[in-house]
Design a binder for this molecule. Structure first.
Ligand SMILES: NC(=O)c1ccc[n+]([C@@H]2O[C@H](COP(=O)([O-])OP(=O)(O)OC[C@H]3O[C@@H](n4cnc5c(N)ncnc54)[C@H](OP(=O)(O)O)[C@@H]3O)[C@@H](O)[C@H]2O)c1
Length: 272
């Protein structure tokens, strides 16, 4: 679907790099149709060697003939990057931004009215092809633009579409989600050690339990409450553990955590 599309990636860091790898490994694009621009020369050398993409230190050179521009720099660098692109880019290029908190309107204002922008909130497991991304169209993006964007992020995980005003909620849930899970896995592993297991064994067992349970949830055949009922026999071990979690108000803690992260995302984006 992206074959023949010339792609410019501005910012070849962790996320930019993961997306380039995912697109090439997934056969969406040929390496020679991707140009990466970054201020970090060493990083460019690494990407040229490992992914065989074209590289440049000049953002304008990267976008000059690009049909699709992927913006993967930090939010605080976006204004400066956009200011340099306007004169160089093809006005009909599709612009995809993964910068947290940066609205499509912010990009449209700086790149010129009518520019087609899609905003994406990916998350960290995209690095291993297991990301969860939400996409939202800007004012001029078309159905075809959304389809192309979805195609890219499907190469490194799963993709859902949301309205842009829900992007803070996405950031608070799946954007921050891996961080929550790491804390919970860490705590469970500590608990396993406390009960006598080695750290290595405890970590392996609990991480695989998360993976297996998550896969069952993603199958979508039964809601989580029903799956939980299936593993909770009357008077049994799971029930004893769940009782402690409910008494400790685990659900309320998780709700409050996502609410706090959503609010923080809005604050960082200057929306609150
Ligand atoms: N990592 C995540 O889990 C995650 C999740 C969701 C969304 N995101 C979004 O993805 C974006 C990138 O994050 P990241 O974690 O990949 O950051 P990163 O690893 O720091 O990558 C950003 C890259 O852009 C380069 N850069 C800085 N200024 C530039 C400029 N003016 N022109 C061209 N390149 C420039 C940086 O070089 P220097 O190192 O020299 O500054 C760096 O190599 C952010 O906007 C973030 O909000 C990331």
């Amino acid at each position: 679907m992206l074959k023949g599309t010339r792609i410019a990636v501005i910012g070849g860091g962790k996320m930019g790099g993961a997306l380039i790898q995912g697109m090439i490994a997934g056969g969406l694009v040929n390496a020679e149709s991707v140009t990466v621009a970054d201020t970090d020369e060493a990083r460019l050398g690494e990407l040229a060697r490992s992914c065989k993409v074209l590289v440049t230190a000049d953002n304008r050179e990267a976008v000059r003939n690009a049909d699709l521009i992927l913006l993967a720099v930090k939010p605080q660098n976006m204004a400066e990057v956009l200011a340099g692109l306007t004169a160089a880019m093809v006005p009909s290029a599709l612009v995809i931004s993964i910068a947290a908190g940066i609205s499509t309107a912010f990009i449209e204002e700086r790149l010129g009215e009518g520019v087609r922008v899609v905003r994406v909130m990916p998350n960290m497991p995209a690095l291993i092809g297991e990301g969860a991304a939400a996409i939202a169209p800007g004012g001029h993006a078309t159905e075809a633009d959304l389809k192309r964007t979805r195609h890219i992020f499907d190469a490194v995980g799963i993709t859902v579409e949301v309205k842009e005003d829900l992007m803070d909620a996405v950031t608070g849930l799946s954007g921050s989600g891996p961080g929550y899970v790491f804390l919970i896995v860490e705590a469970f592993a500590d608990a396993g050690v406390r009960m006598g297991l080695s750290r290595e064994t405890a970590l392996k067992l609990i991480a695989q339990s998360f993976l297996g349970a998550a896969k069952l949830c993603l199958l979508g055949e039964k809601p989580p409450a029903e799956l939980r009922a299936m593993v909770t026999s009357p008077g049994g071990t799971t029930l004893a553990g769940l009782k402690v979690m409910e008494e400790g108000k685990l659900r309320e803690i998780l709700m409050a955590a996502v609410e706090a992260a959503t609010k923080r995302s809005a604050e960082l984006g200057g929306r609150k």
